[in-house]
Design a protein around this ligand. Structure first.
Ligand code: RAT
Ligand code: ZN
Length: 446
């Protein structure tokens, strides 16, 4: 019988039957593809909401087509005036985007191809399909059913929302009597988002004062600072109790630096990190946005710029008792971030974020991360804003990450390293689910 493994190699794997060792490159490729396709995912960063959040839940034809990634692409056509576009109703805007991106052109960009994947997986014929037919499909399907269908097609077991306690609509839901319903769907976890507090203190201050927190001083005197720290910590603690978030999160601009003699460092050092330590909560730092480079595009007007990776080094080194989930937006920062993550066990890199969520970049970045970190990072998150986007975002990411894993594993295989399907399953589960839960020190069943 021809086998790749000698007795010594087999001895190392006592208890594992020979049949479970991968015997050929083809079998290896197939086993990796099968494991990645079948792993049930925890999607650690989305903007999704279940039905209990009412109008905040986004799903269906018009929401899918009005996704801000597609808005930016449609408005590349300079015959469409921005004023005219924004004066339209939601459904009229979707009609226009559909015409521009799916009728006049072929949907080959990542975001447009995503719609094609969704249509295909929902079993809707993609040839000559009309937007009206897509609308009909969603009108006939309940939101409840859509959540079940989507999670099952995407093979996502649970998702983490983005929950902003200073958002007027959302916070109102949390403080009224519907509160318990908001946490009743166990597939939707919370993440407490701190962007407004960390990036826009002046406006946050007004909102906090209106809610009865004494943070109105200028933070010039020690007394004012002490009071603000106490009051802001009280605010965060109350919201942590209310939401039971899996982590705290902030997207900070590309200009973010730490430590600095500014309000952001003060709030991080005196409030956010101590509160996170007291509640054993991880902090997610998402850095590298350059917001509103074209305000005419509204939500679609944000961009990217390189950020100071040294700030991440400093955060990790100066705060060894805090844990940081980190993702950076610009391609040029990825290598340094990966090297930094080798040096600090309180950093966990996650995903290929937003403009990096395209197959060519995911493959390149994931391969580099595997080379430098092994399977010790979180492979991807979807950032989905519209429920059904989970179907395409995960289908596309799985296909690409499969390729990166196949090339790394085949290097081992070619050097005669024994690999079992169980080994592959372990790594794949870690990358798509396990590393997250271990790092945040929470029970996946929570
Ligand atoms: O990917 C997006 O939809 C962005 O607009 C942002 O929401 C970004 O992901 C963020 O969380 O700030
Ligand atoms: Zn996001």
């Amino acid at each position: 019988m021809c086998t790749r493994y000698n007795t010594t190699t087999r001895a190392k794997y006592k208890g594992v039957t020979l049949g479970t060792f991968i015997q050929s490159s083809e079998q290896l490729s197939q086993a990796i593809a099968a494991q990645v396709a079948s792993v049930s995912i925890t999607d650690i960063h989305t903007h999704l909401f279940p039905q209990a959040f009412g109008e905040l839940m986004s799903s269906g034809a018009d929401d899918l087509i009005n996704y801000h990634y597609l808005v930016a692409e449609a408005l590349l056509d300079n015959r469409i005036s921005k004023e005219y576009f924004w004066s339209l109703e939601n459904s009229e805007r979707a009609d226009l985007i559909w015409q521009r991106l799916f009728v006049d052109q072929r949907p080959i960009s990542e975001a447009t191809r995503g719609i094609v994947t969704v249509l295909n997986r929902l079993g809707l014929a993609t040839k000559d399909i009309k937007l009206s037919e897509l609308r009909e499909y969603f009108e006939e399907t309940s939101k409840e059913q859509m959540i079940d269908t989507t999670l099952s097609l995407a093979n996502v077991r649970d998702v983490v929302m983005t929950n902003d306690p200073l958002d007027e609509v959302e916070s109102h839901l949390w403080i009224n009597d519907k509160f318990r319903q908001l946490t009743s769907d166990k597939r939707f976890h919370r993440a407490l988002r701190l962007d407004q507090i960390l990036n826009d203190w002046e406006n946050s201050k007004v909102k906090l004062v209106n809610r009865g927190y004494q943070v109105d001083g200028d933070l010039d005197t020690p007394n004012q600072r002490t009071l603000a720290v106490e009051e802001l910590s009280r605010f965060l603690t109350e919201w942590i109790t209310r939401m039971d978030p899996l982590y705290l999160a902030a997207s900070v601009p590309s200009t973010f630096t730490y430590p600095a003699s500014d309000l952001q460092t003060f709030l991080l050092d005196e409030v956010v990190m101590p509160v996170a330590r007291r509640h054993n909560l991880t902090i997610a730092i998402m850095a590298g946005t350059k917001r509103q480079i074209n305000p005419d595009l509204k939500l679609a007007g944000d961009s990217v710029a390189s950020t100071d990776v040294g700030a991440v080094e400093n955060l990790a080194r100066n705060n060894p008792n805090n844990r940081f989930l980190v993702t950076l937006l610009s391609l040029e920062d990825q290598h340094r971030l990966t090297v930094v993550a080798r040096k600090f066990s309180n950093i966990m890199i996650f995903g290929c974020w937003w403009f990096l969520n395209t197959p060519s970049l995911i493959e390149k970045i994931t391969t580099m991360r595997l080379e430098l970190l092994g399977p010790n990072f979180i492979a991807q998150h979807s950032d989905a804003r519209v429920l059904e986007q989970l179907i395409y975002k995960w289908s596309h990411s799985r296909a690409t990450i499969t390729k990166a894993l196949q090339s790394q594993y085949s290097l081992l295989f070619d050097e005669n390293w024994a690999i079992t399907e169980g080994d592959i399953e372990k790594d794949v589960t870690a990358l798509f689910r396990g590393n997250f839960w271990n790092f945040i020190k929470r029970d996946p069943k929570s």
